[in-house]
Ligand binder design. Structure first.
Ligand code: NAG
Ligand code: NAG
Length: 256
């Protein structure tokens, strides 16, 4: 099918500064397949519930997703979990940057001293903590595949071990400020194809109640390359006066 062929002709824009395009063809193959062969029951149920909530939003009067009475009715839970398969296809890959909040947003209410904000302890680990084993697997598979591809194999991932945690950002009287973490990332847009057997009972809102269901959505995975902390003084999308902390400040211990 033409759309499938087009889908897997992935265009990649890479290299700092100069822009180059390379075509990567995954030959229409999924990059990852998730099923109960490799993943535990809870991971599969979690994916099924994400899918259910997108297909049948509670806002449209559908029963909420929970096993048991009043919710999602599974025809046969065992076969539902065993026969569900989710395939991930790469749609696009792009080099991008992203910013995170790396400290509290602070206002200085002291006329005599500058306030100091520094990066919160181990903030980069919190930012990249993976509590989703499927997503963690997808990411590590992508990193493995990239190692064999032109351009992408040049990147070193997660170079975040020598971030400047000693950074001190100074905030003037009545000013606000925050430490931000800016990262260069590779953003991978994936198409997720859910193949859900009849035994899962997802068909109950559909005319044909006997068939299996295929549902497709997209998911984005952002893989960091490197990063830098920097001081962001003044208002930003994550820091404003009404939100700013003023209790327990650290001060620069001299008058300006
Ligand atoms: C990542 O490393 C590249 C090359 O050394 C550098 O130009 C870029 O500024 C770094 N990006 C960040 C967000 O630190
Ligand atoms: C300040 O930021 C908070 C949270 O980010 C937001 O809800 C609020 O609308 C913002 N207020 C102003 C005045 O921009």
């Amino acid at each position: 099918m033409l759309w499938r062929a087009l889908l897997f002709l992935v265009v990649l824009v890479v290299v700092y500064g100069e822009v180059k395009t390379t075509e990567i063809n995954f030959h229409g193959e999924p990059i990852v397949r998730i099923s109960s062969k490799k993943f535990d029951r809870l991971s599969i149920i979690k994916m099924l519930s994400q899918c259910y909530e997108k297909m049948f939003p509670a806002a449209n009067g559908h029963a909420p997703m929970h096993l048991g009475s009043g919710g999602w009715v599974v025809n046969d839970e065992r076969s539902c979990i065993q026969d569900t398969e989710v395939s991930y296809y790469v749609k696009s890959i792009a080099l991008n940057s992203k910013e995170y909040e790396a400290s509290e947003c602070r206002i200085n209410l002291n006329q005599r001293y500058k306030a100091i904000v520094s990066p919160s302890l181990n903030i980069h680990e919190y930012i990249h903590m993976k509590d989703d084993s499927v997503l963690a697997h997808v990411e590590s598979t992508l990193i493995e595949k990239f190692a064999t591809m032109p351009k992408l194999s040049e990147f070193k991932w997660y170079q975040l071990s020598d971030l400047n945690y000693k950074l001190q950002c100074l905030i003037d009287y009545q000013d606000i400020g925050q430490v931000k973490l800016k990262e260069d990332i590779v953003e991978v847009e994936l198409e997720r194809v859910f193949d859900i057997p009849h035994s899962c009972g997802f068909n109950r809102y559909q005319k044909n109640d006997q068939s299996s269901i295929r549902f497709t959505d997209t998911q984005t995975v952002q893989i960091p390359i490197n990063g830098t902390f920097y001081c962001r003084n003044g208002r930003s999308s994550t820091c404003n006066r009404s939100k700013a902390d003023f209790l327990y400040p650290h001060y620069k211990l001299f008058e300006d």
